[in-house]
Ligand binder design. Structure first.
Ligand code: UT7
Length: 319
């Protein structure tokens, strides 16, 4: 048995913050941000929360899949910005959608969170434990952002994406994930509750250049690794859905692979980097606008805090 994506959904906050607005808050410019990242705007929560956006994305994904909330056996929620520490965000979504038969837990793997949830769901399906699984990536990174730090605040945005996986016959693709905890300081966040001293704001801290260099090296490597593990050729991939962190990173990944940049859809210009939500938001948008079609083979690739990185393959089997 293998897990097939049979429905997707996404939700972003109403409030749009463009680069002009940011340039009134920190010393930056629309030109610099567009040139160095490709980002033009991002969505920031006002009354929305990580759980409310996840709930909306989950409802859409279930409706798209034609599956009732009661049929869901497992909810995996990838997030680093849940509303509260306890209960977990997956349980809060369960309550909101009425998925009374589901087991629920959160996954903290930052920008690799959705991919980690995808691999975990596939493993449960392959083991015959669950057949119908809801996976979600939802973030309110604006809560963890230092709005006086131009090195990070220009990058991030809020949002949620979800997908429903159903067990079915067919080829099973192996996902590959890696972590290197020794490089964790490159992108860290102690959280306001645990901040270690006066100099620690508790907000996200990042060595942008280190993360950039890590991404452009490791992402092409793991894409090649996952293709080889699944006896799949680069040309057989219709779309590469890469974590939406920076347009230059995605362009470099395409170049290093020798792949057509046209196969790397992007929406980071609209939403910025939404961490675990970036891959499922893009997936849901591409489904909604009819870009992804039945029979397409899609490669998902993520990277981020941990440091962690990975890739997985999904065969698109729905109309
Ligand atoms: O989910 C994974 C999370 N993170 C990432 O993917 C981040 C990966 N890294 C990046 O995307 C890029 O490193 C950044 C966009 C964060 C920075 O771009 P960069 O081209 O690596 O810039 P830099 O850090 O090398 O800085 C170049 C210059 C510096 O000035 P000097 O030292 O050359 O005078 C910075 O102080 O740009 C300056 N700078 C800015 N200027 C205007 C840094 N941030 C800004 C800014 N506006 N927002």
């Amino acid at each position: 048995m293998t897990g097939r994506i049979c429905g997707t959904g996404f939700c972003v906050p109403k409030r749009v913050v463009d680069n002009e607005e940011l340039s009134r808050m920190v010393e930056t410019s629309d030109e610099w941000i567009r040139e160095r990242t490709g980002i033009a705007k991002r969505r920031i929560i006002t009354e929305e929360t990580t759980v409310s956006m996840a709930t909306e994305a989950a409802k859409q994904a279930l409706a798209d899949a034609g599956i009732s909330a009661e049929q869901v056996e497992l909810i995996l929620m990838a997030t680093i910005s849940s509303n509260v520490i306890l209960p977990c965000a997956a349980c809060e979504v369960q309550k909101e959608i009425g998925a009374v038969n589901a087991v629920c837990f959160d996954i903290n793997a930052a920008c690799c969170g959705f991919l980690t949830a995808y691999q975990t769901a596939q493993a449960y399906i392959a083991a015959g434990i669950y057949q119908t699984i809801l996976i979600i990536g939802s973030e309110s990174l604006s809560k963890l952002t230092d709005w006086t730090d131009r090195g990070t605040c220009i990058l991030f945005g809020d949002g949620a994406g979800a997908a429903v996986l159903n067990a079915g016959e067919g080829e099973r693709f192996q996902s590959i994930l890696h972590s290197d905890g020794s490089r964790g300081e490159a992108l860290s966040c102690s959280g306001k509750h645990w901040k270690s001293g006066e100099e620690d704001t508790g907000f996200m801290k990042m060595d942008g250049r280190e993360v950039f260099q890590f991404a452009v090296k490791r992402v092409p490597e793991v894409i090649r690794e996952v293709l080889e593990a699944n006896h799949c050729k680069l040309e057989e991939i219709d779309y590469f859905i890469v974590h939406q962190a920076n347009r230059r990173i995605i362009e470099s990944v395409a170049k290093r692979l020798g792949a057509d940049i046209g196969k790397f859809p992007m929406n980071l210009q609209e939403y910025g980097n939404t961490s675990s939500a970036s891959i499922p938001i893009l997936l849901a948008e591409l489904r909604k606008n009819g870009t992804i079609k039945k029979g397409n083979r899609i490669l998902l690739a993520g990277f981020g805090a941990g440091l962690s990185w990975g890739a997985g393959i999904a065969e698109w089997t729905i109309e």
